[in-house]
Write a protein that binds this ligand. Structure first.
Ligand SMILES: Nc1nc2c(c(=O)[nH]1)N[C@H]1C(S)=C(S)[C@@H](COP(=O)(O)OP(=O)(O)OC[C@H]3O[C@@H](n4cnc5c(=O)[nH]c(N)nc54)[C@H](O)[C@@H]3O)O[C@H]1N2
Ligand SMILES: Nc1nc2c(c(=O)[nH]1)N[C@H]1C(S)=C(S)[C@@H](COP(=O)(O)OP(=O)(O)OC[C@H]3O[C@@H](n4cnc5c(=O)[nH]c(N)nc54)[C@H](O)[C@@H]3O)O[C@H]1N2
Ligand code: SF4
Ligand SMILES: [Mo]
Length: 729
């Protein structure tokens, strides 16, 4: 069985020294990189000054893309576990093992679980072909990093606007007022808001006389450059947001966007949350809340935006909903300078022709905890339960793709332990790490330089309409992930790994073409992701072709965001549903918080510029210098608890315990400690020498898998009750 590896790159007699343009796939900002190459070796990386969107902006991660490409620990051949040890094998051998081990389990497909991690979104080939594969697999035990991330936003958008991916983004380049909660785009470079160089964009807001307000328990870098910072108590944003809504109604400041249902119902609900009632719980003074509401309403244009600090907490969906309730009530939804809907060149359900299915959740439930399906997935917080709890339908096999749930999901050690109970585990991953060490087979994929790229998902969230395709810069040493996924599709459809993947690929193309009324032949002799992308571009609202994008290596600027209401809506009523039952049913739980009086210490996370969730810690340029995996604590708390800067702290929760170096700082609010996630690289049997030398601790050891956002099942990763005491050192 021969494996075609055909990256779309000219490599007959490559010039030794040359440069290549590449859209950076390492975060949501989609920066253009200008990479200098000597043969296969990366000799330099700069921001592409001519990129239509990023205009030369680059961060330390993008600058380290060469270190990733050359990392000696990165996998370049499949690994199969034999007698407890991984051995490198040929691709044929690896697929044979997968076929042999997976086939007997196919009779009961729900016993094969899948977990899809974050980098899949940033990968053209796997974004497109994982759909083909997982559809063929057909398991209800489908998990993604979404349930430790943005699932609440899909949930609220689905019910408000009719589609889970109809997510408004702040029109940062024109707004006069930006209210940001639980987001630190100066460090994360933006999320559910594709916008390279947020520092420059925020500065521009202030230069045109606008205002930036940040709500965050920590004085983050973003808070530092803002006009105003409110150090809220973690987990209480929904109360603050409701109080803002309350003031808008009380003071007759609402100018709701049309067409809309449910405004009156929201007004009624908001009565329970006057600023005076929420102030003691949120830690934001009533007078401040009133002023915030008035200023937002008075601004010529304004946008409210919430990110991970608001989604991965107890009221994730209510927060996501209330953010857009404010955008609707202030008349800012869908207007320039407000919160707008991007119009992407490809892949956007809300711009596709034809009738769309109404959004719904709970189409199936998890077996053990009875948690509802949301957006096609179940909460990863219950994956371990589904593996450990005996009975019919127990998960017996797991396929992970570009994910590291043994670090990224709550009560991570319990999940890691559970993996030993699986009959078979397959990982598609580029490292042997904390999760993939439990696999029986690991299939690696190409590096960002070895594959072509187009950000199908992220351009649907971009603050400007843009499109940019970049071909692979160098030939790949391993099969492209779309080829691997089609081979796996062969296995789960009973045709075996020797399946004719060219035929499968043509079938996938024919389906896309048919859906959009195109003849697949218009894509000429293209194959793989290039053919699918070309078809999707042609079917898209700008009717572009891949050739158009190839002719514009710095990207195509499709202009500023434009109003899209009411056509974008796909609710049954054809209106914005501002008070859907599926959301407001959770308001009583929030109201109970007003009387909770919870007082103990809570743990939150934080992102770091030279870090990418759990997986770029093996790159020397990104980890050198001081240990960054520290616990931030306010000087008052440090004194009270007997903690010293540079000393150790023990953090205990209902779930687990960890020991971590202390960093005393008045950046953080009293009552709160912060530890970044994605660390804890001290596990045996991994292959990541640099990361192991900078191990840090896994903050998710103390994250409680039973604490969830009630509606979406998203894990509470911010606002975890903990006890903190001095460590012995
Ligand atoms: N406590 C706490 N926990 C959190 C968060 C938090 O803020 N606090 N954040 C959450 C969020 S927002 C997210 S998105 C998740 C992330 O959680 P995950 O998606 O589970 O984990 P990542 O750390 O992104 O790991 C990505 C994996 O993909 C592999 N990989 C990288 N590139 C490729 C590729 O091209 N192909 C393949 N096949 N594999 C590749 C890496 O080696 C790594 O194993 O973590 C969540 N966990
Ligand atoms: N450098 C770098 N960039 C990244 C990543 C990375 O790991 N490193 N990860 C990428 C991923 S997968 C994602 S999803 C995005 C996330 O992008 P962001 O959401 O911008 O990420 P964070 O920096 O974690 O910012 C979250 C903020 O929420 C605050 N917070 C915590 N709890 C609460 C709360 O209860 N209320 C409020 N109001 N705030 C709270 C935290 O203090 C923190 O400052 O970043 C992406 N970009
Ligand atoms: S900001 Fe994001 S996209 Fe831009 S260079 Fe850094 S990692 Fe890459
Ligand atoms: Mo994320």
């Amino acid at each position: 069985m021969a494996l075609p590896t055909s990256p779309p790159v000219a490599h007959h007699h490559p010039q030794r020294k040359r440069s290549a343009l590449l859209t950076c796939p390492l975060c949501e900002a989609t920066c253009g990189l200008d990479v200098t190459l000597d043969g296969r070796r990366v000799t330099g990386v700069r921001g592409d000054a001519e990129d239509v969107f990023s205009k030369g902006y680059i961060c330390p991660k993008g600058a380290s893309i060469g270190a990733l490409h050359h990392d000696p620990d990165r996998l370049r051949a499949p690994l199969v576990k034999r007698d407890g040890e991984f051995v490198e094998v040929s691709w044929e051998e690896a697929f044979a093992v997968v076929e042999e081990r997976l086939t007997p389990l196919l009779a009961e497909r729900d016993t094969i679980a899948a977990y899809v991690g974050n980098p899949t979104v940033h990968n053209l080939a796997s974004a497109l072909y994982s759909r083909v594969f997982f559809k063929a697999l057909g398991t209800k035990n489908f998990y993604t990093a979404g349930s430790v991330d943005q699932l609440p936003k899909h949930y609220s958008s689905g019910y408000l606007f009719g589609d889970g991916f109809t997510i408004p983004v702040p029109d940062v380049d024109r707004t006069r007022h930006l209210l940001m909660l639980g987001a630190n785009p100066l460090v994360s470079n933006g999320s559910l808001m594709t916008a390279p160089d947020m520092r420059g964009r925020l500065r521009a807001i202030r230069e045109r006389g606008g205002k930036v307000v940040v709500v965050d328990p920590r004085r983050s870098r973003t808070a530092q450059v803002a006009d105003e910072h409110h150090a809220i108590r973690p987990g209480t944003d929904a109360l603050l947001l409701f109080a803002l809504v309350n003031v808008l109604f009380e003071e007759n400041l609402t100018t709701p966007v049309e067409p809309v249902n449910g405004v009156e119902r929201v007004a009624e609900l908001a009565r329970e949350f006057p600023p005076e009632a929420v102030a003691p719980v949120t830690g934001v003074e009533a007078g401040e809340i009133r002023r915030m509401a008035r200023e937002l309403a008075a601004a010529e244009s304004g946008a409210v935006y919430g990110r991970i600090g608001t989604t991965t907490q107890a009221f994730g969906t209510l927060n996501s909903w209330l953010v857009d309730v404010l955008n609707v009530l202030t008349g800012n939804l869908d207007r320039p300078g407000g919160a707008m809907f991007p119009l992407a060149a490809v892949g956007q359900a809300n711009s596709a022709a034809g009738k769309r299915r109404p959004f719904t959740t709970g189409r199936w439930k998890s077996r053990v905890r009875g948690l509802p399906e949301v957006y096609g997935e179940l909460p990863v917080a219950t994956l371990a339960d589904e593996i450990r709890t005996p009975g019919e339908g127990r998960i017996r096999a797991l396929i992970t793709m570009a994910g590291n749930p043994c670090l990224s999901s709550p009560n991570a050690d319990r999940l890691a332990e559970s993996l030993a109970q699986l009959d078979f585990m397959l990982s598609l991953d580029v490292y042997l790490n904390e999760t993939t060490r439990h696999a029986d087979v690991i299939l690696p994929g190409p590096t960002p330089l070895e594959r072509s790229h187009y950000d199908i998902a992220l351009y649907q969230l971009a603050v400007r309409n843009v499109a940019n395709y970049t071909p692979a810069a160098v030939p790949s040493e391993v099969p492209q992930e779309w080829e691997t996924l089609l081979r796996l599709t062969g296995i789960v459809t009973g045709r075996g790994a020797g399946v004719d993947i060219a035929a499968l690929d043509s079938f996938a193309a024919a389906q896309i073409a048919q859906r959009s009324g195109l003849d697949p032949a218009v894509a000429g002799d293209r194959t793989g992701p290039e053919r699918l992308l070309d078809l999707m571009l042609r079917a898209g609202p700008y009717e572009l072709t891949l050739a158009d994008l190839e002719a514009a290596p710095h990207g195509v600027d499709l202009g500023p965001l434009e109003p899209r209401l009411p056509d974008i809506l796909s609710t049954a009523s054809g209106k914005i549903e501002l008070a859907p039952d599926a959301i407001i049913s959770d308001v009583p739980r929030l109201a109970a918080e007003l009387r909770s009086g919870a007082e103990g210490m809570v743990l939150i996370g934080r992102r770091q510029l030279s870090s990418n969730n759990s997986w770029m810690h093996n790159l020397e340029p990104l980890v050198r210098g001081q240990n960054r995996c520290t616990m931030l604590v306010h000087p008052q708390d440090a004194r009270r608890l007997g903690l010293t800067d540079g000393g150790l702290a023990v953090v205990n929760s209902k779930t687990g315990k960890l020991e971590v170096p202390v960093e005393v700082s008045d950046e953080i609010r009293p009552g709160v400690v912060s530890i970044p996630h994605g660390w804890g690289h001290d596990q045996p049997g991994t292959k990541a020498a640099v990361a192991a030398a900078h191990a840090g601790v896994n903050s998710n050891l103390v994250a409680d898998e039973t604490l969830l956002d009630a509606l979406s099942g998203t894990a509470v990763l911010n606002g975890i009750p903990v006890e903190v005491s001095p460590g012995l050192g």
